[in-house]
Design a binder for this molecule. Structure first.
Ligand SMILES: Cc1cc2nc3c(=O)[nH]c(=O)nc-3n(C[C@H](O)[C@H](O)[C@H](O)COP(=O)(O)OP(=O)(O)OC[C@H]3O[C@@H](n4cnc5c(N)ncnc54)[C@H](O)[C@@H]3O)c2cc1C
Ligand code: FES
Ligand code: FES
Length: 1344
């Protein structure tokens, strides 16, 4: 009997939840945050790609009588799927009010939490791992984090903190296993202790960033118990569930016949297991499936059975369970029988993250029919058997072969059929099976191309009996290579057959030059590379049987892919001696919010409790790139239940509608002409997010399309579409070019980079009902500007608008000005409706509309002498500004100031062009044009070395700036430590011998190549707009001695508040605990600058210092009078004497200001210097790469907090690594953004950081021009990641030499993606691919 309606029952943090009115559309995350007010679990992407929403789900497995814990992405898990399960969220394991869980404590103390938005998810991934394995290995830990992203820390400190839970670490510490008796392990000289690879744990306690021996020990017996009710009774596990919502009904049948009955009755019903595919379709493609069926209780679909010649896996078996079962086969079966299983297991390591694999089913992967499914090529090449079933026709057994998929995401499975199980065969002795996958990022990424190769030989011969090949990523479905399969039969396994195979493969796998996904030649080349790899791997196997097979040793480097290794690292810094007084400055204390961030108690904008009467805003966005708006019709939207209003440009006076940070050339709502996709046309205000967003999609907009559409910098140059043209000139450039011994020309470019702060833009606008006052809670880096613009839009004085920022989940420049997109419409709506309005952008909206780091293109001419000394340079620098000015002119200026990087050039002409295009308005991003500019100088210097055939490092050193040199904008370099940093990095990285070692490696390997490169950087500190170089602070001392500190800077994870408290604590000589920073608010400190330009600590630090000094001076008489008294005594006495205990501090940077007319004055307050050396290894056949080692030396003056500063260096480096080697925003020729989430846009993950990562802060280099002799750190290290780009270039050169090509005559634009690397390593395979004629096709994507 099918029940009418059932209650949803599950446990959250030990508490039983009974939900009588569940809506099957709700995700677990929605339920936790909105119904249970458990906001510790964060929303970062809603597509399973960031891990911020990770929770632990536990169930009692009645077969094994064990509690099973899995990590789950709450953003995809339907809450209905939680019936009978126990959920643990970050709040359930510990809190600062009671007791921290060791997992929370260690990430905080190890400095692994900066903005903290990723932290709860990472905590829960680690926690789940520990619940299953109290002593995991490093490998277990690595796997556990495959599905988690962090944009701030660079991962090193997280790994370092959590390493202490592992067996490997314990072995190292105790010297228990493998030791030689001295506590040093059997690794001998390579022991990480000897190499300071364990955070220098041998070092003096003062010189470590954290002290593992102070960690609370982990005691697994203290964990909360699994709800006994769920263990004792299986009632909930067996129930036939029916949950009826308004639009969707959820069924969980218990028997196959019931399932078939349902599918018969509702042929369009969706089968849901992991919901990892369907969840994404519902959220981002806005599909509504009225009937959902969860087949997780059907025995036939959940069993794994070992049969004589195959393993039978139920379709609802999760990928993780399948992997475990196949691993067991590997353990128990002869090696030759399990070759397909091994390929599946290896493939699963690169398949999504642990969270997805723990819930996603094998049947879901088959049935989704994705052309880039990772398992389908394996299944098709191995011709697995599928068992299908329907009510009408019973069982149907089909072989999964080339006929199975009939089109894009379509198969021969009938609508009323269910996939019940699959049968994966054992392999035979004379059968070999290999599978490959290449993605943008190795971990947790979908394939660009994948393949599986299944070869059976005639018994005891090398003659091919059958060969089955399947490929993903080459067509709208997984495809086979029929000609190759047919024509290779009967051929011997040798070079001739290999060549023949290439010919057939090229024929079998054509790809149109306009094919979706782009990278046409690369994808085609991968099919050949994979075959070549399999050829060698199988040859190696055959060699064991036929010893006369000869394989060149150098060729064998093609076989293996990259595998992760245990990371090593060290950090060197100077801890200033702390005198008897409290001297907080200089101490490596943890971020003061880190503990709250690790427990989920830290409140971000969207975690704020709802205001009564609050509404939600959904945005109506333009879908055309360049068009006149003919009409906007909200009728349908306004008819929807729960919708309150719609606003567009008609609702705001023309002048008030015009906004922007510098020029008001943006609009709150586009009034007449859209100039980009994703511009805001209107806002729908409704009861909740789902309604507001659905209604927004119902607003009908008609357009009249316009030309031209300008997307790329080249388009802009063609149309002379510039916002501004600027010039700096020094010396006699024309003369130097006429007389110099050598002149060469070159160019370089970088793509766009998405900020991907884990917390998207968020605003809550709260009208105060009186005098037009409004309070705005926002995730902005620039509260004053937000207040100013809201006042402008509402046409009220600025003193009515108070903007408050508690903290941000990352900013990186992306929240400096683009907050206007959501905050201004929300403020307008709140004011009109007189009700609070909230809006947090979805990840896809944020990526679509808020702009990125500017793509840059630089074209230059350099003059130099015979030694390689640069004499002059003329450079044209173009940035792609997008549709409005925003901060693009300042970004361009910084690029113009920084193009020479660290090199002294006497004669310079630099012209800058900000290109206006039909892309989203690009904006500030860590480095603010500096790194893009510096890329030119760094490319140039290498081209000079290549041209003269000289050692690059010699040319670099010769050209480096020295003390007293003048920049091209005529600023004198003082306290210049450039050479010191260089020499220290050359020495500490052991550069010269390693370069030799790289050469040896390259001689011995044909298909893996290494490269090593060392890069200096110099970064100017100050806002280039003079007036912004000011800051204020406000300090209140209360009569109990507690101090409330306010300053103009915002906290986005960079540890600014922590540093400010350290400054205040040092000046006032009181402990941190007495000082509190609550938030940044415009009614405390007005007219502040954005927290940007790396100058947050410099500017606000001085203001805080001045404010504290005022208080200190006022208290001085009381101290003198009562020298034995305490702070509290002096404060109280001053109060009794009616002395003000409140003070402000104000600072403006002296002696700066640049004059563009005269090319004089100081553009910057001072410079931060640094050098990095990176070594990489590339796979020449796939373009994959791994960073083997990075050594950084950075001059940060006397660091205010070495832990925070090292965190900034590492975080910036890894973000820069993304810019230069990984992250690629992809645009169509007409401006559609294809990369709108972590699924398509890949930031570095845990496995991408250098295997060895050493950071050293220059000692004994105080900076007289900033607070407590410190230096700014946020942006300067980012460019150092270009050392990876240049190391990759070196590796490619070696590959090209081997292929008999010119080593220098090739371009490597940033980012050095796998595709670019592979295609630069031209060889006999790429030579086989004919190039499509340019101009004869429209490419799928363009480079902006
Ligand atoms: C972050 C992320 C990363 C991913 N990474 C990868 C990756 O690296 N490689 C890769 O190949 N895929 C990847 N995927 C895709 C996805 O995870 C897999 O396809 C997964 O196996 C789907 O299983 P599921 O149980 O979650 O499917 P669901 O979403 O529950 O269902 C998927 C589809 O299959 C149908 N279906 C499911 N079971 C049956 C059945 N028994 N009979 C008939 N129809 C059925 C459903 O009706 C639905 O249409 C990723 C997805 C996400 C969200
Ligand atoms: S929010 Fe769930 S994975 Fe990103
Ligand atoms: S600390 Fe990880 S995203 Fe900010």
């Amino acid at each position: 009997m099918i029940p009418e309606q059932t209650n949803l029952i599950f446990f959250v943090n030990g508490k039983k939840i009974i939900e009588k009115n569940v809506n099957p559309e709700w995700t677990l995350l929605y339920y936790l945050r909105n119904k249970l007010n458990l906001c510790g679990t964060k929303l970062g992407c809603a597509e399973g790609g960031c891990g911020a929403c990770t929770v632990m789900v536990s169930r009692f497995d009645r077969k094994s009588q064990k509690v099973v814990h899995i990590p789950v992405n709450a953003c995809l898990a339907p809450v209905c799927a939680m019936h009978g399960l126990a959920i643990t969220t970050v709040e359930g394991i510990g809190s600062t009010r009671t007791k921290l869980h060791p997992v929370q404590e260690r990430i905080a103390k190890a400095h692994g939490s900066q903005c903290g938005f990723c932290t709860p998810g990472i905590v829960m991934s680690m926690y789940t791992l520990l619940r299953n394995l109290p002593k995991p290995s490093m490998k277990d830990m690595e796997v556990a984090f495959q599905g988690n992203l962090c944009r701030c820390t660079g991962y090193r400190p997280i790994i370092e903190g959590y390493k202490t839970f592992t067996e490997d670490w314990e072995v190292m510490q105790n010297g228990t296993a493998l030791t030689n008796g001295n506590g040093v392990c059997g690794m001998g000289d390579k022991c990480c202790k000897l190499q300071n690879g364990c955070n220098g744990t041998d070092k003096d306690d003062n010189e470590v960033l954290f002290k593992p021996h102070e960690f609370t020990p982990y005691d697994p017996t203290q964990e909360p118990i699994f709800p006994p009710e769920l263990k004792l009774y299986d009632t909930l596990d067996r129930e036939y569930l029916v949950f009826k919502g308004k639009d969707v009904t959820w069924y969980r049948p218990t028997q196959l016949k019931d399932l078939l009955e349902l599918k018969h009755k509702y042929p369009d019903a969706k089968i849901i297991v992991g919901n990892t595919e369907v969840g994404v379709e519902v959220k981002f493609k806005h599909f509504i499936y009225p009937v959902l069926i969860q087949p997780v209780l059907i025995p036939e679909m959940t069993e794994i059975t070992q049969l004589k010649d195959c393993m039978k896996i139920g379709a609802s078996v999760t990928l993780q369970d399948m992997e475990d079962a196949l691993r067991e086969q590997l353990r128990t079966q002869p090696q030759y029988r399990t070759r397909i299983f091994l390929s599946i297991i290896e493939m699963l390591n690169w398949f999504a993250g642990k969270q997805i694999r723990s819930v996603a089913a094998v049947g879901g992967n088959v049935m989704t029919g994705s052309p880039i499914s990772d398992l389908n090529p394996i299944f098709i090449a191995s011709k697995i058997e599928l068992e299908l079933r329907s009510k009408e026709n019973g069982t149907r057994k089909v072989i999964m072969d080339e006929k199975f998929f009939t089109g894009y995401r379509r198969s021969i499975v009938n609508k009323d059929e269910i996939l019940v199980a699959i049968k994966i065969p054992y392999t035979k002795e004379n059968q070999y099976f290999y599978a490959y996958k290449q993605a943008r990022r190795r971990d947790d990424d979908i394939a660009i191309v994948n393949s599986a190769i299944n070869v059976m030989f005639e018994t005891k011969t090398m003659i091919i009996k059958t060969i089955d090949l399947a490929f993903g990523g080459m067509a709208p479905t997984t495809v086979t290579a029929p000609k190759a399969s047919k024509n290779l039969i009967g051929k011997p396994w040798n070079q001739e057959t290999l060549d023949l195979a290439y010919t057939y493969l090229i024929d079998d796998l054509p790809l149109s030059p306009s094919a979706p996904g782009g990278m046409i030649q690369y994808r085609r080349s991968l099919t050949l590379s994979f075959f070549f790899k399999a050829f060698l791997a199988i040859s190696e196997q055959l060699q064991k049987l036929f010893p006369n097979i000869i394989i060149d040793k150098r060729e064998m480097s093609a076989i293996d892919g990259f595998h992760s290794q245990i990371p090593k690292n060290s950090q060197y810094f100077q801890v200033l001696p702390s005198d008897e007084k409290i001297k907080s400055v200089g101490q490596p204390i943890p971020h003061l919010s880190a503990f709250k961030q690790a427990t989920g108690e830290a409140i971000y904008c969207d975690d704020m409790p709802y205001f009564s009467n609050e509404l939600y805003m959904g945005l109506v966005l333009s879908t055309k790139t360049h068009a006149n708006i003919v009409s906007i019709d909200p009728t349908e939207a306004l008819k929807m239940e729960g919708v309150h209003a719609f606003y567009s440009a008609k609702d705001i006076p023309e002048e008030q509608n015009k906004v922007g940070p510098v020029l008001h050339d943006d609009e709150v709502f586009i009034s007449k002409t859209v100039t980009c996709q994703g511009q805001v046309l209107g806002a729908v205000i409704a009861d909740d997010q789902i309604t507001a967003q659905r209604a927004a999609r119902k607003v009908k907009v008609t357009y009249e399309e316009l030309q031209p559409i300008i997307i790329t910098i080249e388009d802009a140059i063609k149309h002379k579409s510039y916002l501004v043209e600027k010039k700096i000139e020094k010396g006699d450039v024309d003369k130097i070019f006429a007389t110099a011994p050598h002149v060469i020309e070159g160019d370089c470019r970088n793509g766009a980079q998405e900020h991907f702060y884990l917390e998207t833009h968020c605003t809550i606008a709260v009208p105060k009902k009186e005098d037009c006052e409004m309070e705005i809670f926002s995730s902005t880096q620039h509260p004053s500007e937000l207040g100013k613009l809201v006042a402008h839009v509402l046409n009220v004085p600025q003193n009515r608008i108070v903007t408050k920022v508690k903290r941000m989940g990352g900013g990186f420049g992306g929240k400096e000005s683009r907050f206007i997109i959501a905050a201004l419409p929300a403020a307008l709506a709140a004011s009109r409706l007189d009700r609070p309005v909230r809006c947090m952008l979805d990840r896809d909206e944020d990526m679509l509309i808020t702009g990125t780091r500017h793509p840059f293109y630089s074209k230059y001419k350099t003059a130099f002498d015979n030694d390689g000394k640069i004499l002059g340079c003329e450079i044209h620098i173009y940035n792609n500004a997008g549709y409005s000015t925003d901060l693009s002119i300042s970004v361009l200026e910084r690029a113009m100031f920084h193009f020479e990087n660290a090199y002294e050039i006497p004669h310079v002409r630099v012209k800058g062009f900000a290109c206006k295009t039909n892309l989203p308005s690009n904006t500030a991003f860590r480095g603010f044009g500096g790194p893009q500019g510096m890329l030119a100088g760094e490319t140039m210097i290498r081209e000079i070395a290549e041209y003269l055939n000289k050692n690059t490092e010699d040319i670099i050193r010769m050209n480096l700036y020295r003390e007293g040199d003048l920049t091209h904008y005529n600023q004198k370099l003082e306290y210049c430590t450039m050479l010191r940093c260089w020499d220290e990095c050359v020495a500490s990285s052991n550069f010269a011998p390693r370069k030799k070692e790289v050469e040896r490696f390259n001689r011995e390997n044909r298909w893996k190549k290494r490269g090593i490169s060392i890069v200096p950087t110099k970064f100017g500190i100050a806002f280039t707009a003079l007036f912004l170089n000011q800051a204020g602070a406000l300090i209140h001392v209360y009569t109990d001695g507690s101090v409330l500190l306010s300053h103009g800077g915002t906290e986005m994870g960079q540890g600014l508040h922590t540093k400010m408290i350290q400054v205040a604590s040092t000046v006032l000589e009181i402990p941190h605990a007495k000082i509190h920073i609550s938030e940044t608010a415009t009614d405390k400190v007005p007219n502040t600058s954005a927290t940007a330009a790396s100058s947050g600590s410099d500017l606000n630090g001085m203001a805080v210092m001045y404010a504290c000094e005022t208080i200190k001076q006022r208290l001085e008489p009381y101290k003198i009078k009562n020298p034995k008294g305490k702070w509290e005594d002096w404060v109280l006495q001053a109060y009794m004497d009616r002395v003000s205990l409140s003070a402000t501090g104000f600072y403006r940077t002296p002696n700066i200001g640049y004059n563009w007319e005269t090319n004089s004055g100081n553009a910057f307050n001072y410079f931060t210097f640094g050098v990095a050396c990176s070594e990489v290894e590339i796979d020449c056949l796939t373009g994959d790469h791994q960073v083997l080692k990075t050594d950084i030396v950075m001059d940060l003056g006397e660091s205010l907090n070495p832990a925070i500063d090292i965190g900034q260096v590492e975080g910036a480096f890894v973000q820069g690594y993304g810019l230069f080697a990984l992250e690629e925003m992809v645009y169509s020729p007409n401006g559609t953004i294809f990369t709108r989430g972590p699924g398509a846009y890949k930031l570095p993950g845990f496995a991408d950081i250098p295997i060895e990562f050493n950071v050293s802060l220059l000692k004994g280099a105080p900076n007289p021009r900033a607070v407590y002799s410190s230096k700014a750190v946020g942006e300067p290290p980012l460019f150092l990641a270009s050392s990876v780009l240049f190391a990759i270039r070196e590796a490619i050169k070696s590959a090209r030499l081997d292929a008999g090509l010119s080593e220098n005559n090739f371009k490597l634009y940033a980012p050095a993606t796998a595709a670019r690397i592979r295609m630069a390593c031209e060889d006999h395979l790429t030579a086989k691919l004919d190039e499509p004629k340019p101009g004869t096709f429209i490419p799928w994507n363009v480079i902006p």
